[in-house]
Unconditional design. Structure first.
Lengths: 308, 317
């Protein structure tokens, strides 16, 4: 039985426990949840992130403006009640564009990490479980991929295809970002393979698939979850950098990155254009980093001792 | 030790070859290709296109093209830039010093700031100063480099007018150290602030761990002055992990320089890479990819070797 699978004692043991003292049985996940909720900054991060996601998703209901329609009588209006973040060089409401941009920026970040985590878990799992030559080859591939500057490759792809669709960015970012997860899963599998409960599972006749999915993977989840969370922050920054360089999602579709690219030529006349989209990226990334921090403390109680 | 370094160097060769094959494959798999501009031009005749293709060796099978490239690369012939009509190696050597000048300044700035700040936050744990610094480092770690650059331009370049907006020096002006330094401030600040944040965090954590060790208590018990205990006994040991982080971050500064050079119009390798990518200048792209992945591989090796050298408890297996 893995430490992370919910401890399910027999009904009789439950009854005995209740008889002795009113101790409620709490699973590992529930305890982790309690620890996470005690991490105030992480909870604040989670609330901020959910708020950002909701605002983006409900953008058409919240904003009366069209994110792509130009309004030549409203060029570069500074922030006011009608336009809380001002308007841009062709009269579009900045706040509206930020809300719509959040749809692309947030979902690209999360989807890219989902791709990276799946790939990384697959590669790391195969390397760690089967070992030997599979491990040797796959880990050399990981080394080689780590030596590729991720942004360089994205810039090449972006300029060859003259910008990338959100889906293309998700795939490219995912394929370039799975290595950390692969190393984590491999390390975890290598050590779990030697543990008694895996040996016990094998003794009672569990097959490879059952051992991997029922015993080893659940026990490796904690570091994967933390890496995935922090990875989303990295993916959002990379996507916005790429779009800022003009090689990511192309205008008129707004993303936080390409809005900052538009702002570059107008920083002297309309500095708010260069401030607000970046502020939202920062807010999203800080929130995610706090969530990651909170998850690390919640999922790995040993970690807390040295900190805070 | 010597044998370990040698073995790592030999292991690096297949790794770098693998990277070069992959780079080559990515560039070649792309649509368009270096002749796309000519193909789109109706004035260019078909036989001229054919001639160019033969001249660039693009009519050869891909493995042959790769072998030709790598054998020439090994002897210092890195090909000819399509866009600049100059040998790639000359182009890179012309831009590399500018990038190293920027990176070097960033590197020094980061160390000069990060070590004392990290030390002080650890010694005054949970003080007001510690909380402010911890908050600030977390904020900088979450700030995209390019946005930090834009903010610095808005505030210190445009609003306050203290520093120039870009370039390495005022064009046309005679050499002036003050002018050079003023041009350096904003790009260096952009690149340094994020790095300082991560280094301070590492040093603080490592220092807190070290300060509770038995040998520190021993040093105090035998009456060492606090200054000696902190600087000679604690900092020296606490800085060991930092060395690894610093070495591993070198490539990061290099990649960060790409964006920073782009924002501040700094004529370095990053700008060159950017120009080459947007102009489909494959030989230049291959050259820069080779230089940067070599840098990463060697930074990794450097990190491992210095770590083992500084901490004799680490054995080279």
């Amino acid at each position: 039985m893995g430490i992370w699978t919910r401890a399910s004692a027999s009904p009789r043991a439950d009854a005995a426990l209740q008889g002795e003292a009113a101790v409620r049985q709490r699973g590992q996940w529930e305890m982790a949840f309690t620890r996470f909720m005690a991490h105030r900054l992480a909870v604040a991060g989670l609330i901020t992130l959910i708020a950002l996601a909701l605002l983006s998703a409900l953008a058409p209901a919240i904003s009366p403006y069209d994110p792509e329609k130009t309004a030549l009588h409203l060029i570069r209006e500074s922030p006011s009640a009608a336009h809380p973040m001002g308007t841009d060089g062709i009269g579009r409401d900045l706040a509206t564009r930020i809300l719509y941009g959040g749809r692309v920026s947030l979902s690209v970040g999360i989807a890219a990490m989902a791709v990276a985590i799946s790939l990384g878990t697959l590669v790391g799992g195969v390397a760690g479980f089967y070992g030997r030559w599979a491990d040797g080859i796959l880990m050399r591939v990981v080394d080689a991929m780590f030596s590729f500057p991720r942004l360089f490759v994205l810039i090449i792809l972006g300029s060859l295809f003259r910008g990338m669709s959100p889906a293309a960015i998700v795939v490219a970012l995912g394929v370039l970002s799975w290595m950390t997860t692969a190393r984590l899963v491999r390390a975890s599998f290598l050590s779990l393979k030697q543990r008694e409960f895996v040996e016990a599972a094998r003794c009672v006749g569990a097959g490879n698939w059952r051992i991997i999915f029922r015993h080893m993977l659940p026990n490796s989840l904690a570091p994967i979850i933390v890496a995935a969370t922090l990875g989303v922050a990295g993916a959002i920054i990379t996507e916005s950098t790429l779009s800022f360089l003009g090689l990511g999602v192309q205008p008129p579709t707004p993303t936080w990155g390409n809005m900052l690219q538009d702002a570059r030529d107008e920083l002297d006349r309309a500095p708010w254009l260069g401030i607000f989209p970046g502020l939202v990226i920062f807010l999203a990334v800080v929130s995610i980093n706090f969530i990651g921090d909170g998850l690390r403390d919640a999922l790995d109680p040993r970690h807390v001792i040295g900190r805070r | 030790m010597g044998r370990y370094v040698l073995r790592r160097l030999i292991q690096a060769i297949p790794l770098l070859l693998l990277i070069s094959v992959a780079s080559f494959a990515i560039l070649k798999a792309a649509p368009g290709g270096p002749l796309a501009a000519y193909e789109a031009n109706p004035d260019v005749r078909a036989e001229d296109l054919e001639r160019l293709r033969t001249a660039f060796g693009l009519d050869q099978p891909l493995p042959v093209q790769y072998l030709t490239w790598i054998t020439k690369f090994a002897v210092g012939d890195w090909g000819h830039s399509y866009a600049y009509h100059q040998p790639v190696l000359d182009l890179i050597l012309e831009r590399l010093p500018n990038t190293l000048y920027l990176m070097g300044t960033v590197f020094l700035t980061v160390l000069v700031l990060a070590i004392p700040i990290g030390l002080l936050t650890a010694l005054r744990q949970y003080s007001f100063f510690d909380h402010v610094v911890t908050g600030a480092t977390f904020a900088f770690l979450s700030t995209p480099t390019f946005w930090l650059g834009l903010l610095l331009i808005i505030v210190f370049g445009l609003q306050l007018g203290w520093f120039p907006l870009g370039g390495m020096a005022t064009p046309g002006a005679p050499f002036d150290l003050g002018d050079r330094l003023r041009h350096l401030v904003l790009p260096v600040a952009t690149l340094s602030l994020v790095q300082v944040g991560s280094h301070v965090r590492y040093l603080r954590a490592s220092m807190l761990e070290t300060i509770n060790q038995d040998y520190i208590r021993t040093a105090r018990a035998k009456g060492m002055p606090e200054r000696v205990v902190v600087l000679r006994h604690a900092l020296k040991n606490a800085a060991i992990p930092l060395v690894t982080v610093v070495a591993l971050d070198l490539p990061e500064i290099f990649v960060g320089a790409l964006v920073t050079e782009q924002i501040f119009g700094w004529p370095g390798m990053g700008r060159l890479f950017w120009d080459a990518a947007t102009r489909f200048d494959y030989p230049v792209l291959m050259g820069i990819l080779a230089v940067s992945s070599t840098l990463i591989v060697f930074a990794n090796l450097l990190a491992d070797v210095t770590y083992g050298y500084l901490d004799p408890r680490i054995r080279f297996a």
